[in-house]
Structure formats: structure tokens, C-alpha cells
Design a protein around this ligand. Structure first.
Ligand code: NAP
Length: 225
């Protein structure tokens, strides 16, 4: 799959390298094309680097890790994004002392979708710290780390689930893009656990479906009164 990554920051470098190792074609874009070229040189695997516009043209899937600045500002035109999958991994800023206010009425991913209405926006990878990507796919698979994925286009979600699986994660389908409000809140929570409660960057949040109880020791669930 051809993946264009906008920006050469921590998330973009890590995921781009992991996907390149799995045989995907990678093009990093940057405000400074030389920076993107040196990331590609470091990564090897025939990866390329250049401008953000070139990365947006190149990818069938676009990884978007620029927080708070929309593609219509970053790119000279968003026409080339028509029909493409845009992966949004962004979380809001962490407030002083992790003192978050009310949940957001609209997620960053939904704002992105308003900015690029011709593209298929998917929220993914926002609940995992960059350090976890240092682990290679094989040990990661053992831990069944969840990657939560939502978006209004089913095929775009399925493609993202495959991309998550390729690099060792357990993809969890979270339905339509409005679920990004919950996933971004989950992003807030895991960063609180990592930074606020001191668990460190290898802390993760996963969904595990347990086997059903073999006997009803406690009686059945009753309806609330
Ligand atoms: N780091 C993590 O562990 C982690 C985990 C989950 C989610 N996230 C979320 O993922 C997003 C990216 O995090 P990150 O750690 O990768 O950040 P980062 O290292 O700062 O990378 C962001 C990149 O975006 C580009 N950029 C920044 N400002 C820009 C602007 N005004 N216009 C165009 N491009 C701009 C820059 O790339 P160029 O200099 O190449 O242009 C920059 O390197 C954030 O929203 C964060 O909350 C991060």
C-alpha cells in the first residue's frame, strides 16, 4: 500500500518505518523536504521524502500527525485527497496537571473531516505512546495491544485494521467517526496514566473479551430499578 505521511515527527517516523518494514511504500512529507529526505535515508526500505504536497499526492493512505493545523492550511490544495484514507492520530494538548475540562463536544477527527470532506477520515493510533512502536511486531502480538479505529467509511476502517495488524497490534473496530470523541478521551486517560500516575510510556489500554462464566454463581444480571 502507498502511504504518505504528513510531518516527520515521532509518530510519523515510527509508524512509517514499521510499515516500510512490512513492505508498504512510504513517502514522508515535511515543511522542510530535506528533513523528510534524511528520515527516509535513515529508514531505508526504498522509502522517500519530500514536501507535504508530494506526500499527499503519493499516498492512497495519508497519515496525519499535525496537531491543530488542518490540511487545508498545510497543503497547497486538498484536491488530491479526494477518496483517500486520512489516518488521524492526534490528541489535544495536555492541560497543566492533567486537569482536563469537560469532554469535547466535537473531536479533532471530526474537525479534520470537516476540513477535508472529500476524504475518508479514520481515527487510529492515538492511545499508544510512540515508545511502544519501538517493539517489533512479534513481541507486540503476544500482548494483544488494542488499536482503536473509527471512521464513517467501512472499507477505510478495514484497511486501517489491516495496517494495524501488519505491525503487531490488535485492531478494534469502534464504528463511526463520532466515536473519536471517546477515543480522544481515552487518549487523555492513557496520557494521564503514563505521565500523571507515573506508569510510563509502555502502559497501554486494551479491550479483552473474556470467556463466558461456565456457571451462574451469582445469579443472572437483573434489570435496574
Ligand atoms: N508521541 C506520542 O507518543 C503520541 C502518541 C499518540 C498520539 N500522539 C499525537 O500525535 C500527534 C503527533 O505527535 P508527535 O509526538 O508525533 O508530534 P511531533 O513529534 O511534534 O510531530 C508533529 C509533526 O507535525 C509537523 N508540524 C508541526 N507543526 C506544523 C505546522 N504548523 N504545519 C505543518 N506541519 C507541522 C512537524 O513535521 P515537520 O517538521 O516535518 O514539518 C512535526 O514534526 C499529536 O497530536 C499527539 O498528541 C502522539
Amino acid at each position: 500500500m502507498k502511504i504518505g505521511l504528513i510531518g516527520t515527527g515521532n509518530m510519523s517516523r515510527s509508524l512509517g518505518i514499521l510499515w516500510a518494514e512490512q513492505g508498504h511504500e512510504i513517502f514522508w512529507g515535511s515543511r522542510d523536504p530535506n528533513k523528510a529526505k534524511s528520515v527516509a535515508e535513515f529508514a531505508g526500505h526504498n522509502t522517500q521524502g519530500g514536501t507535504n504536497d508530494e506526500a499527499a499526492e503519493f499516498g492512497e493512505v495519508i497519515f496525519y500527525s499535525v496537531r491543530g493545523v488542518m490540511p487545508s492550511t498545510v497543503l497547497s490544495s486538498t484536491d488530491c485527497l479526494a477518496g483517500k484514507i486520512i489516518l488521524d492520530c492526534n490528541n489535544r494538548d495536555i492541560p497543566e496537571g492533567f486537569a482536563y475540562g469537560p469532554l469535547m463536544a466535537e473531536s479533532l477527527a471530526e474537525k479534520l473531516a470537516v476540513d477535508v470532506p472529500n476524504a475518508r477520515v479514520v481515527k487510529a493510533f492515538n492511545t499508544i505512546a510512540q515508545e511502544v512502536f519501538e517493539l517489533s511486531p512479534e513481541p507486540l502480538q503476544e500482548h494483544q495491544v488494542s488499536v482503536y479505529i473509527c471512521g464513517d467509511d467501512l472499507e477505510a476502517r478495514q484497511t486501517t485494521m489491516t495496517l494495524a495488524k501488519d505491525i503487531g497490534f490488535n485492531p478494534i473496530d469502534c464504528g463511526p467517526l463520532r466515536s473519536a470523541r471517546m477515543l480522544e478521551a481515552l487518549g487523555d486517560f492513557i496520557r494521564f496514566m503514563i505521565g500523571g500516575m507515573g506508569l510510563g510510556p509502555y502502559a497501554t489500554i486494551s479491550v479483552n473479551v473474556l470467556p463466558e462464566a461456565s456457571q451462574q454463581r451469582l445469579g443472572r444480571r437483573q434489570s435496574g430499578s
